[in-house]
Design a protein around this ligand. Structure first.
Ligand code: ADP
Ligand code: MG
Length: 677
């Protein structure tokens, strides 16, 4: 007898080789095995030829209308032929190399046969004769090269016989009742051995809900653990904050004010803030972060701001320092870079640990173990989707547990954010600053490149600046650089009246910084760049973005690139130069021309890729599910989230007898998990 918690090696016939094959499918225990579900069923239930497609597998039930003929050909090959009257259709049935069937078939007899239907010839290429039930479904399992579906199926049958009486439900009974869900026992049984299609469907629905609910429970528990871990109330100076916002060179948009209030409220509460600030490119997230950081500073604490590239970190440090200076506040902002001299770095770190630095900006270099703060209370993570998931853990290893404000420019459609960011509170900036003119987006083909350059010339002559982004050559940075270099040289020849810069990944950080600073100061009017320019860069005087071979970029990336312009009052333009070779490339460019709304584009991106594009979904940070589809079953995911919140909000839910199986399951499946300690 095997038990749910046993390793799969407890089963006869599972040695080290099969164990490895199972492990590769994420199956470690008997429990994993019995919840390894078929992804579809072949319908063995009887059908009519008229409702069957050409090439489809189906079962026909009828009366044998002509005597079977068995012929032999080749070496030991046989073919059995007979006719079957299925209601009004008399179809030909053939079975190859199963001569023994001839004895089982007689004229006038009622039989059911399963096979592949050829609609044109009205024939069925028989696969098997069905004797007993004709309402049968054949489960199809995802298999691998190392282990086939038949073996998986067999071992599931063996294991299920032992454990089927011992399957506690995980989803609490009241929830199952409310949404008409099966018990876990019934659910697993009907997934593997469905009585009919309706049961299979009910089981799949229950299994999908269970999967979503368990996922949402984990997120909720993570959130609770996070809040219990620590959390301080920041006693900021409200008057100083008011004064700060009043002295800004612009008034905050209503959306910026709303999200600022949400953040400040979190900071005040004695819990640990874990908030995601979503806002389209150019919506003004940085100033919101600055406000939150300043709040911390007025309380005598420190803040950190982490950016994915050194270009961006440097820009933030400069802009923040300027901002505080402009409004007459003495806030010390410093930049930590990887290329700093040893002595300078030592000084900086000393000042940091003494509390003399208020705000430290940097890349993930901030996470190095010797970067110690005096009292860090807030960590802002810009372009959060560009970081791995472990930054928070890293911060804690350094003995810090600051409030977290993560920022992102919506790489994920709204519909998916509850899945990807379920454990975070989300604030959304849903409007752009006043006076922004929508960016005009144009398309040109390569032989019209001259027009693009002429347009750049015209804009720059009128005092604006321009970016020219060269193609992305996947896997080859060398080619990227070559392309950019060639473009740079040809522009120097054709537009000698302007100062042109060249920015690519091969430059040192200092060289990049200098290049950006010169572009910022308008010492350079045109910047030729590879995609190192992509995120965050803010030069409001730039009004033209030319993207060469635009069809090589993904939609999210194109949108980010376009977001580099349109950041000031002047009308801005994006010119996509491309001759797309695929429909998909064509549609991406069409989408870019059709809208400037990041949310709409993200949704479009998802549609174009299709939910089947696991890679795309993976890149967007959305986890994968075995049964449920978080895109198609979004409503179910939302309900699962509500119910998980309700569960954890119930006092002593984890001490209730009825919930023991759930508690066991969660603590078993969540490694390094602090909630149940
Ligand atoms: P993002 O959300 O893409 O990070 P930024 O924070 O870089 O956007 O802001 C884009 C530009 O808009 C910056 O130049 C910033 O100074 C400016 N900005 C931000 N908020 C406002 C506002 N309320 N009114 C006018 N300009 C603003
Ligand atoms: Mg930004």
């Amino acid at each position: 007898m095997v038990q749910l918690s046993d390793s799969i090696t407890a089963l006869d016939g599972v040695g080290p080789k099969r164990e490895a094959a199972f492990n590769a499918l994420n199956i470690f225990t008997i429990e994993d095995l019995v919840s390894y579900y078929p992804y579809r069923y072949d319908d063995l239930g009887a059908r009519l030829p008229s409702e069957t497609l050409d090439g489809e597998k189906a079962t026909f039930k009828g009366v044998v209308s002509a005597p079977p003929v068995l012929s032999r050909y080749g070496y030991k090959k046989t073919r059995l032929l007979f006719r079957l009257l299925v209601e009004h259709d008399n179809i030909g049935v053939s079975f190859f190399n199963q001569p023994w069937l001839a004895k089982q078939i007689d004229i006038g007899q009622e039989v059911a046969v399963y096979g592949t239907y050829d609609r044109n010839r009205q024939t069925l290429n028989g696969i098997k004769m069905i004797s007993a039930s004709t309402d049968e479904l054949a489960p199809i399992y995802p298999a691998s090269k190392q282990i086939n579906a038949k073996t998986i199926r067999h071992l599931i049958e063996v294991a299920w016989a032992d454990v089927r009486e011992h399957i506690p439900s995980l989803v609490p009974q009241p929830i199952r009742k409310k949404y008409h869900l099966l018990t876990r026992q019934k659910q697993i049984e009907e997934m593997h051995f469905p009585k009919d299609a309706d049961w299979a469907k009910a089981a799949r629905r229950s299994a999908a809900f269970e999967e979503f609910y368990l996922f949402q429970m984990r997120l909720q528990l993570l959130k609770i653990a996070d809040q219990q871990f620590s959390g301080e109330s920041i006693d900021y100076d409200v008057v100083a904050l008011k004064a700060f916002t009043q002295k800004l060179p612009f008034t905050l948009t209503a959306a910026q004010q709303k999200v600022s209030r949400e953040i400040l409220q979190d900071q005040k509460r004695p819990i640990h803030m874990n908030r995601l600030l979503q806002g389209d490119v150019g919506s003004g997230k940085t100033i919101v972060a600055a406000l939150a950081m300043y709040a911390v500073v007025t309380a005598g604490r420190q803040a950190a701001m982490m950016a994915p590239t050194e270009i961006l970190a440097r820009q933030h440090a400069i802009n923040l320092a300027n901002l505080f200076e402009q409004v007459g506040l003495s806030v010390r902002v410093e930049l930590l870079t990887s290329g700093m001299r040893v002595a300078a770095r030592r000084h900086l770190l000393e000042d940091l640990v003494n509390g003399d630095i208020d705000i430290l900006v940097g890349t993930h270099a901030l996470l190095q173990p010797d970067v110690l703060f005096h009292h860090l209370s807030l960590a802002v993570i810009d372009e959060q989707h560009r970081f791995g998931v472990s930054q928070r853990a890293k911060l804690r290893e350094n003995g810090m547990n600051p409030d977290i404000l993560a920022m992102t420019a919506t790489p994920i459609p709204r519909t998916l954010s509850i899945t990807a960011y379920g454990e975070m509170d989300v604030s959304i900036i849903d409007q752009l600053p006043n006076g922004r003119k929508p960016i005009e987006t144009k398309r040109l083909s390569h032989n019209q490149l001259d027009q693009a350059i002429a347009f750049v010339k015209e804009q720059v002559a009128s005092g604006a600046q321009a970016y020219i982004v060269t193609p992305l050559i996947e896997e080859s940075e060398a080619l990227d650089v070559q392309n950019a270099q060639a473009m740079y040289e040809s522009l120097q020849l054709s537009l000698p009246q302007f100062k042109i810069g060249l920015l690519h990944g091969r430059l040192s950080n200092d060289e990049k910084a200098e290049m950006m600073a010169n572009f910022q100061k308008n010492t350079l009017q045109i910047l030729v760049a590879t995609t190192v320019i992509e995120v965050g860069v803010d030069v409001p005087n730039a009004t033209v973005m030319v993207i060469l071979d635009a069809d090589r970029f993904g939609l999210a990336q194109l949108h980010q690139l376009r977001g580099r312009v349109g950041r000031g009052k002047r009308q801005s333009y994006t010119i996509l130069v491309a001759d797309p070779k695929t429909d998909y490339g064509q549609q991406r460019l069409d989408a870019m021309v059709a809208t400037t709304d990041g949310f709409v584009l993200a949704q479009k991106d998802l549609e174009l890729r299709g939910p089947g594009d696991i890679l795309g979904v993976k890149q967007s940070g959305v986890p994968e599910f075995m049964v449920g589809d978080p895109i198609k079953d979004l409503t179910m995911m939302e309900i699962a989230q509500q119910e998980a919140i309700a569960t954890v909000d119930t006092p002593k839910w984890d001490a209730q007898m009825d919930n023991q199986a759930l508690v066991d399951y969660l603590s078993r499946t969540m490694a390094n998990y602090r909630y149940f300690d």
